[in-house]
Design a protein around this ligand. Structure first.
Ligand SMILES: CSCC[C@H](NC=O)C(=O)O
Ligand SMILES: [Zn+2]
Ligand SMILES: [Zn+2]
Length: 418
């Protein structure tokens, strides 16, 4: 009786739902359940696993399907274990329910970002094994913690490790983003994240007085300058001259000021301190020193009693001092094979892009390995980090086929002379 219920069957979709139900959202991601789940799935299809721990409580799960020619550089398929938090009250289905609606939408935090690819990699390998495919290059899958909070204790340590070096990785695929159209998107670089705080100090005083250099006045002047800078870059995007991810973005994320009172803020005192926070994203080729000069001279000048803090996470250049960009032209044989594999699967690729946001790919690019960001979701609204994140079941299933083509082509490709 109940045995015919959907939940009880073991299919690619129910396995995806089971993974989606593991509560991997920050601030308390359940890494151990996610790792045990993936590990037992891997073992059930005959894939070896090892768990690395570069930081306590932050496991990196590494799966390996050995190739017939292990001396060739290997392939790595990466995804992150963690998810951003969700506000359940704002969702139509609870974010960790993985409800599948009658029209085939699977609702869950992580459905797009990026538990889909985590499971599709494994399902593709399951199918290839069933078809008796024998990989030539060794295939690795990594599941890393903490991507959503910068990856410092996850991918950063993994990519810098002896374990990583010993994998002799020749090419990496990591997460990308959904495509609203019917071409898949592919990403050759990430933007560089800065978390910037600007702070103003000034003379406190009666709310009725007009005087120069109050903390609020100074902060507001800076916000105006930031707004003007933001607009000048946004205008380039609006004019169609550059994509969003090809310009510097700056967005205010908080303001903090005022003298607190039991009912809110004291309304007739001008505060002596005020601060604002901004999410800044540099392009891979932005000169960071030039931007820092602008911040020091225009946005937070000491002459206006201002100071600033910039929190930079992750590398911005590779070991040769070059920007972290993977070639998507004839000079990169992996690119050609990847592109051909998409075509062979009967799919189309959009023009390669820079990712607006930031992923763990940068840590791997830093080691000199080519990395592309790719999540095979087409005709799909971009819902990562949004309320009601979901993925269509048919889109999920066709992604598995795409990876079968990608994994088999890349693994069989032996001409790369590295
Ligand atoms: C400071 S690194 C932050 C990484 C994060 N990644 C996904 O959203 C992002 O904000 O892009
Ligand atoms: Zn992600
Ligand atoms: Zn994310």
């Amino acid at each position: 009786t109940e045995s015919h219920e959907e939940q009880e069957q073991d299919t690619p979709i129910t396995r995806f739902q089971s993974y989606l139900r593991i509560k991997t959202a920050h601030p308390e991601p359940d890494y151990s359940s996610a790792v045990s789940f993936l590990k037992s799935l891997a073992h059930s299809i005959g894939i070896q696993s090892q768990t690395l721990e570069f930081s306590p409580g932050k496991p990196v799960l590494l799966l390996t399907w050995p190739g017939s020619n292990p001396s060739l550089p290997s392939l790595l398929f990466n995804s992150h274990l963690d998810s951003v938090p969700a506000e359940p009250s704002k969702w139509v289905h609870p974010p960790f329910s993985a409800v599948r609606t009658s029209d085939g939408k699977i609702f869950a935090r992580g459905a797009q970002d990026d538990k889909c690819i985590a499971m599709q990699y494994l399902e593709a390998i399951r199918n290839l094994k069933q078809k008796k495919f024998v990989p030539t290059r060794t295939i690795h899958i990594s599941y890393v913690p903490d991507e959503e909070i910068g990856g410092v204790d996850g991918a950063a340590k993994f990519a810098a490790s002896k374990e990583f070096r010993d994998l002799n990785v020749g090419f990496v695929l990591d997460e990308g983003q959904a495509s609203p159209g019917d071409e898949f998107r592919v990403f050759y670089a990430d933007r560089i994240p800065w978390h910037m705080k600007i702070k103003a100090k000034g003379q406190p005083g009666h709310g009725s007085r007009m005087y120069d250099n109050s903390a609020m006045e100074n902060l507001m002047k800076s916000c105006e300058l930031v707004s003007r800078f933001r607009e000048s870059h946004f205008d380039v995007v609006k004019a169609g001259i550059a994509a969003n991810s090809e310009v510097i973005s700056i967005n205010p994320v908080y303001v903090k000021a005022g003298v607190p009172s039991p009912t809110g803020f004291v309304m007739n005192v001008q505060p002596s301190e005020a601060e604002a926070g901004f999410d800044l994203r540099l392009t891979p080729t932005t000169d960071p020193d030039e931007l820092k000069r602008r911040i020091a001279e225009e946005w937070a000048p000491a002459t206006r009693n201002m100071s600033y803090e910039i929190k930079e996470t992750g590398p911005i250049r590779d070991n040769m001092g070059r920007p972290l960009m993977t070639a998507t032209n004839d000079s990169n044989p992996w690119w050609l094979v990847f592109k051909q594999a998409i075509t062979s699967a009967g799919e189309k690729l959009a023009k390669p892009e820079i990712l607006s946001s930031t992923t763990d790919a940068r840590y791997m690019r830093q080691t000199g390995v080519p990395v592309l960001g790719f999540s095979p979701m087409k005709n799909t609204p971009i819902l990562l980090h949004d309320h009601n994140e979901h993925l269509q079941d048919t889109v999920y299933m066709s992604g598995i086929k795409v990876y079968e083509s990608v994994i088999s082509s890349l693994s069989s490709f032996t001409e790369a002379s590295d």
